[in-house]
Design a protein around this ligand. Sequence first.
Ligand code: C2E
Ligand code: MG
Ligand code: MG
Length: 525
Amino acid sequence: MIPTPERDAWRITRVYLVIGSLWILFSDQITEFLVADTSAFRVISITKGWVYVAVTAIVLYSLIKASLHKTAEAQKEAIKGYGELAIAHEKLAEANAKLRHLALHDSLTGLPNRIALHEELGALLSDPKAHGALLFLDVDNFKYVNDSLGHAVGDELLSNLAERLKTYLPKDWVLFRLGGDEYVLLAKDSHEAEVMAFVDALPQAMSYPFELSNTVVHISISMGITFYPAHGSDPETLLKHADTAMYRAKEQMSNSFVVFDEGMNQAIHDRLLLDQALRGALENEELSIVYQPQYDVKTATICGFEALLRWTNPKLGSVPPHRFIPLAEQSGLILSIGDWVLKNACLFLRELHEQGFSPLSMAVNVSALQLRQPDFTHRLFQILEETQLDPRFLEIEITESTFMGFDDGIKQKLKELRRRGIGIALDDFGTGYSSLSYLRQLPITTLKIDKDFIDDLDHRHTISLVAGIIDVGKVLGMHVVAEGVESHKQLELLSAHGCHRFQGYLYSRPLPPQEALDILRTNHA
Ligand code: C2E
Ligand code: MG
Ligand code: MG
């Protein structure tokens, strides 16, 4: 039981009362019984009184002393406990601060994170007079850095980038890392001119390579920009709009920026509709393939076809490939669609062979995503087996972007295809990196000169360039094909420089299967 002042006092009083009462009750009777003489009785009574006082004094002294001791002990304990409590409290506050720092900062770069951005932006936007900008930054092709150089290099690059960005920040601007290769800059109290001055200077700031522990990396950045309060009055909206603008910047080219405008929301809505519709396209048999003849430049005979995908949707009408193929690549739908194209193009070619057009070849466009699938070669061989097509007549067309972040796996796959006799064409040559080193390293059999060069054959320097591409192709033992040939003059120039094949509206547009067969009959007659 916990002692209380009342309880202690009552205990002492109780002892006093009991001793006092017993003394009064029994001491006189005992004395009377023992002592007959009255004067002796008086002396004993007085002595008894003093003894009583002395005894009670001693008892009271020890009781009060014991009680006060207990109080002093309790007090000491309380003081000690309080000290411990204060230390614990301090530690708790420290741990709390650490936890909050962890929750609000990114562990890789030490920059404030998404939660911190929401908090800061929320507080900022609650003031109707606040103005400034939010810049959404994303490293171009960072995935390739990670995939080809490894995550450790990717991480090192991300923290070096954070350091470099910080050195360029105007006063009062805050840099956040949202995760991955996404950074956000909060330009508080800034006007459009200041923001644009920063944006214009950024490519220069990024033009120096990043010297990492084991390698040197060049990068560029795409940026989406929103101004507040004009483009959003709450953190979610503002960030979403900045993200939308950033995606738009990515679509343009690397190292670019885009300022958000409301029209972009409509564009996103349209894309979503398109994406939804595309998901049902295969099942609903809305896809078809047209075949564009490829001609021998010298003899003008058809030596092959390029299979080109078409999509006609009951509601959307005919949707051009440059609109739906990037979507299919993003959603991964290109994998099933690509298999379908390969299979049907192979079937059609076998049918042509059966009709007697035997040495004809078929070029099929294959997207980078398809080629990156570990089972790509296996699936392709399966299709060839199912369709009973001789692999030597199939050619896959890939674009230079397939080799961004070039990994050895793709090279091995291409070699495996070559071993089976399948041709490999490099499409749209000249529009991308056009690196001679991978032309030499990879087992490419055909070089397709991009239509842009053919369109520009009126200019002398383009003629020299095209002549150069043809020579390079020939030196490396490749077939050279020109695409998008629309005039006799272009054809003559290509012929003069020894280009092997061409395709283009001059002789034929891409045709549905029956018309392709008809033109073949006429051409080979
Ligand atoms: P590409 O492979 O470079 O195909 C050539 C494009 O040029 C085709 O456009 C073709 O119709 C067009 N073309 C050919 N000759 C001429 C000409 O003389 N003048 C003009 N103005 N255009 C000409 P299309 O069919 O719209 O295809 C566009 C792109 O879509 C293709 O470019 C290819 O990259 C992609 N694509 C088409 N089908 C497939 C497919 O089955 N799979 C994949 N992954 N991509 C495909
Ligand atoms: Mg092509
Ligand atoms: Mg092309």
